[in-house]
Design a binder for this molecule. Structure first.
Ligand code: GRF
Length: 202
């Protein structure tokens, strides 16, 4: 299974996927990494000798034009699967329509709880005692697609956004790698995903 990963930030989830895919036994390989800005995480692609591209959002007059360039890059690379992993940008409908359901996203909350760009901050603000990590199919909504995997993560007294996010990310990475593996082996059919919520983890 060939995978394109789109990021905006440090790419710690990307790095974990690259590490997993470096194992010859892993049934998927990352063929390109894309970003919507000069993301630090592009360095992980370089470290693994994987091509990358950047389509800087600020260089385009409209979201649609940005989306068209991103779509052109994705068409050129023709991945079997697109993984949004820390892409902090909503994709235009044209891109989602062209790729769904072969486009998945990781989110640092237990969807449908706390969707959107600040899931970690929102869980804290709500006084939640537990939150989670989710991997979903990207659809036309914001974090509303079918849930492929999710797992609870405890919120601890004294947590701030950074400490909570740092506790969520390792769970997120593990779920993402497992979902990519199951898509690659055909165990998980994106056209008919059976949600597999993992048991609550302390
Ligand atoms: C991840 O938690 C992702 O779900 C969220 O932002 C974070 C990105 O982290 N959208 P990184 O860039 O993978 O380190």
């Amino acid at each position: 299974l060939t995978v394109a990963v789109l990021i905006s930030g440090g790419g710690s989830n990307l790095r974990a996927l690259l590490e997993a895919a470096a194992d010859p036994g892993f049934p998927a390989r990352v063929i390109v990494v894309g970003a919507d800005r000069p993301a630090d995480g592009l360095a992980h692609a370089e470290a693994y000798g994987i091509p990358s591209f950047s389509v800087p959002f600020r260089e385009f007059a409209t979201r649609e034009e940005w989306g068209d360039e991103l779509a052109a890059q994705l068409r050129a690379w023709r991945p079997d699967l697109v993984v949004l992993s820390g892409l902090m940008r909503l994709l235009p409908a044209a891109v989602v329509d062209a790729w769904s359901p072969r486009i998945i996203n990781t989110h640092p909350a237990y969807l449908p709880e706390f969707p959107g760009a600040h899931g970690v901050r929102d869980a804290l603000a709500a006084g939640a005692t537990e939150t989670g990590a989710s991997v979903i199919v990207v659809d036309s909504g914001v974090d509303t697609g079918p849930i492929l995997a999710q797992e609870r993560v405890a919120v601890l007294p004294g947590d701030d956004e950074a400490t909570l996010h740092d506790r969520i990310k390792p769970v997120e990475r593990r779920l993402l790698i497992d979902v990519v593996r199951r898509i690659a082996t055909g165990e998980l059919d994106l056209a008919a995903p059976a949600p597999t919520a993992h048991p609550t983890v302390t």
